[in-house]
Write a protein that binds this ligand. Structure first.
Ligand code: AHG
Ligand code: MN
Ligand code: MN
Length: 337
């Protein structure tokens, strides 16, 4: 990669394509379009009340959650930006019941795009960081008509994954399996500029992220882990721990990518029939690949998330990700239980 400090996303992707065809041109175009859509979502987020984008849309999504106006706007922006380019066969979103095949009037491509258009919906109206998470899969060979089953691939099959966090800065984080890089949106230039080349998550950490209000519903291994952290220097861990919970997975993951930490959204007894709150295809898979590509680890408490075979599009999963040694410890507590 060039040592020129001012590398745009466009240039970065073209250089990736040139160096031994790490990514084909169709994938490069797809990623450029996703980035353009994120730019437009970022503008809408920034306008806030001035753009009339805050508040509830008073509709429900397939998971029974009340949609915010921005959930719907971000979903539409991603669909409209991506449907005509010719590189996709279909899209799937947390906010849509079924898959969205590319309309017949446009050429069909060989990729599948999945997204959580707006992650951290509860933070929209209070002006706290939110984001977009995306994952790219290849449509399996054969079968002219794209189907829901085509999407049911494990996270290990992803060909690209990323997120864009709309915070004090708008930052796009990306992996195509060659480590993790980040681009900051330069609003004057209107382009994403490479600002971090290769993240490395520290293997050890003294910071955990979990919604502590659910403590009474947790399973024993999670209780044990958090309890040991809370005992600090006097406890079995022999060190003090700090806690953070932003309630936007993008922002929590971005912090962990930057300075380490461990993030948990475990199964709990509130809804025992659900494997967890977070969605495997739109949240856990892309984030797990990013975390692993930066040297971290990600499990559902027992197995590596990227190895899980999804059985439904909107499948949920328990998530433990971040600094490797902590994730291994929590996973060992679950396996031993
Ligand atoms: P979404 O806004 O896409 O529904 O996702 C919210 C997720 C995730 O971003 C976050 O970590 C978690 O839900 C927060 O949940 P709690 O409100 O239960 O803490
Ligand atoms: Mn989300
Ligand atoms: Mn969402």
């Amino acid at each position: 990669m060039s040592s020129n400090p001012n590398i745009s996303l466009t240039r970065y992707l073209i250089e990736l394509q040139r160096s031994n065809q790490i990514i084909p041109s169709e994938l490069r175009l797809l990623l450029e379009v996703v980035a353009r859509a994120c730019k437009s979502i970022s503008h809408a987020v920034n306008k806030g009340a001035l753009g009339g984008v805050l508040g509830s849309a008073e509709s429900e999504n397939v998971q029974g959650e009340i949609q915010k106006k921005l959930d719907i706007i971000a979903n539409e922006v991603l669909i409209e930006a991506n449907e005509w380019g010719g590189h996709l066969a279909a899209m799937a979103s947390e906010e849509m019941d079924d898959i969205y095949p590319v309309p017949n009037r446009y050429p069909q491509g060989e990729y599948l795009l999945l997204f959580d258009p707006l992650d951290g919906s509860s933070n929209i109206d209070v002006n706290v960081s939110i984001g977009t998470i995306f994952s790219v899969l290849k449509k399996p060979e054969g079968g002219a008509v794209v189907s829901k089953e085509d999407f049911l691939q494990s996270g290990a099959q992803q060909v690209a994954a990323g997120y864009c966090v709309y915070g004090p800065q708008t930052t796009l984080v990306l992996t195509v399996g060659q480590g993790v890089v980040a681009f900051t949106l330069d609003r004057e230039q209107g382009s994403f500029v490479l600002t971090q080349n290769q993240f490395k998550i520290p293997e050890d950490t003294q910071e955990f992220a979990i919604n502590m209000s659910n403590m009474r519903h947790w399973d024993e291994p999670v209780k044990r882990y958090v309890d040991e952290c809370l005992q600090g220097v006097e406890g079995p861990r022999g060190k003090n721990f700090n806690m953070r919970w932003i309630a936007s997975m993008v922002a929590d993951v971005h912090r962990i990518l930057t300075r380490g930490g461990v993030f948990m959204y475990p199964w709990d007894k509130r809804e025992p029939n659900k494997a967890g709150k977070l969605r495997l295809m739109y949240e856990a898979n892309p984030m797990s690949w990013i975390i692993e590509q930066a040297g971290g680890a990600s499990t559902n408490g027992r197995e590596r998330i990227l190895d899980l075979q999804p059985s439904q599009l909107h499948e949920r999963v328990s998530v433990v990700l971040g600094s490797k040694n902590e994730v291994e410890r929590i996973t060992a507590y679950h396996r031993g239980a």
